[in-house]
Design a protein around this ligand. Structure first.
Ligand SMILES: [Zn+2]
Length: 485
């Protein structure tokens, strides 16, 4: 009798031992268990298990419902948060070419898994796009526009260090059509229209974009108002540029004056002409800000689905001086030393410049307007303009999220502008930008809840790019290498 119970005991023990690992095996899978998922469209879901295989999300299951074999690669997500990898929807690889080789790692280490290059030398930006396509597990995804399509005189003509040759200055209709055809054949992902275009040129770009299935983003040309640019087919606007000019009670008068100034200044340098027009009109426009006019403009933007990339970290930078904080300047350790030195010297000079009442007013206006835009139901994308104005690649996108929350978005809505929205912009929403089955596993694991405090998007514990897992040690090593470069 005794003998029997012992063998029964051995038998049942073996049975349970086998059972304890009769869980499911996901071959070559990466599994994150018991984590809180941030879905930018819905909110937080606690205690989830996410299975990643072949670079994509295979399934998401409540942790209690999935029995896993211990032979899987399992990451314990207890107390942590999983969010989609971030986009920076406004960057320039070719603004400071010597900085470009550091940008991929700076983006990845900061959780930016996709970027939209909003203008630069086509060969140069294409090189970074191709590099990314050939090694997608170790680099951020890159979308490019090629050069800014500008009129004459063009602003970014390379005539001074503040205006590197990011643009092409287009004279005739034929030049313009040839340029767009050429860019299309080189595989650009969208087009960027710039400020010195004539209204006729702008309309041609918009219709070519439509014909070729390329979105057109840009600065509203000085020769136009926002309503006509949006009606012509502008898909998105960068920096809320020239929006104030169309929201003034005297907007028609201002437009007329601009057209005259453009004609008078046609032999000037593009950058000088543009800033003289901004200087002449911006302050007047803000003084004549007309709430009802603004409402009318925003309703047209909403109706036409003209998205906005406010780049608030950039445009409020002079007043808020994020770049003056020790914590911000710490990020300069990871860019080439010569550039860091120049930036610190320029920051010293800027700090001696007065924040005039108008500078303050314009900065406040941009923040308030971003809130209005959001409340009108116009979609926003988070973008920085890095590396312009000391906006360190990677670090700066998190500042943009903070600014969007200051403008009135909830943290969840701010996260959506940097995940779901840019993916949708490029018609990739079925495969990118959220934590869903069949989406690319471009993900960030955070130590703290970003919905409680948007600053927590920086509490990065790990980054996953197309299933490739970079733990804290790997990310630290990446940054160490940049520092020693
Ligand atoms: Zn830009």
């Amino acid at each position: 009798m005794k003998k029997i119970s012992i063998s029964l005991f051995i038998f049942t023990s073996l049975f349970f031992l086998a059972c304890s690992d009769s869980g499911i095996i996901f071959k070559d899978g990466l599994i994150i268990e018991n984590i809180s998922i941030i879905d930018p469209e819905i909110g937080i879901k606690d205690n989830q298990t996410v299975v990643i295989q072949n670079g994509k999300i295979l399934q998401i299951t409540p942790t209690k419902d999935l029995r896993l074999s211990k032979t899987n690669t399992i990451i314990d997500g207890t107390g942590k948060y999983l969010m989609p990898g971030l986009w920076d929807a406004h960057i320039h690889f070719s603004y400071i070419k010597e900085l470009a080789p550091n940008m991929f790692d700076l983006f990845l280490a900061n959780g930016i898994t996709s970027v939209r290059d909003t203008g630069g030398d086509i060969d140069f930006v294409n090189k970074w796009k191709e590099k990314s396509l050939s090694d997608p597990k170790n680099t951020p995804r890159v979308m490019i526009a090629g050069p800014l399509l500008d009129g004459m005189p063009n602003v970014y003509d390379g005539s001074d260090p503040g205006h590197p040759p990011l643009s092409v200055g287009l004279q005739s209709q034929e030049d313009l059509i040839n340029e767009v055809n050429e860019l299309d054949s080189l595989g650009v992902d969208f087009l960027k229209a710039y400020e010195m275009l004539t209204s006729e040129q702008f309309k041609t770009i918009a219709s070519l974009g439509k014909e070729k299935g390329l979105k057109v983003t840009g600065h509203v040309p000085l020769s136009m108002d926002v309503i006509s640019a949006s009606n012509a087919g502008l898909n998105s606007m960068e920096h809320l540029r020239n929006l104030e000019l169309s929201c003034a009670s005297n907007s028609d008068e201002l437009l007329q004056e601009r057209r005259e100034l453009l004609l008078l200044g046609r032999d000037d340098k593009g950058a000088a002409l543009r800033s003289s027009i901004h200087n002449k009109q911006r302050e007047t426009a803000i003084k004549n800000y007309d709430k009802n006019k603004a409402k009318e403009v925003l309703s047209v933007l909403a109706k036409n689905d003209t998205w906005q990339i406010p780049t608030l970290a950039l445009s409020t930078g002079f007043v808020k001086r994020h770049f003056d904080k020790a914590e911000w300047q710490e990020s300069f350790n990871y860019i080439p030393k010569e550039i860091a030195k120049n930036w610190l010297e320029s920051i010293d000079k800027i700090n001696q410049m007065e924040i005039t009442p108008f500078r303050q007013e314009y900065s406040d206006w941009l923040i308030a307007m971003t809130g209005n835009i959001h409340n009108t139901g116009i979609e926003i994308m988070a973008g920085t303009d890095t590396p312009i104005f000391f906006l360190t690649p990677g670090r700066s996108l998190h500042q943009e999220l903070v600014m969007l929350v200051e403008a009135g978005l909830t943290p969840l809505e701010a996260i959506k502008t940097a995940t779901v929205n840019p993916s949708k912009y490029f018609n990739l929403e079925k495969e990118l930008g959220n934590i869903k089955k069949d989406h690319w596993a471009d993900l960030i694991i955070l130590d703290a809840n970003p919905l409680e405090d948007i600053n927590n998007t920086r509490s990065i514990n790990a980054v996953i790019k197309q299933g490739n897992y970079f733990d804290k040690a790997a990310l630290d090593e990446m940054m160490k290498q940049l520092k020693e470069k």
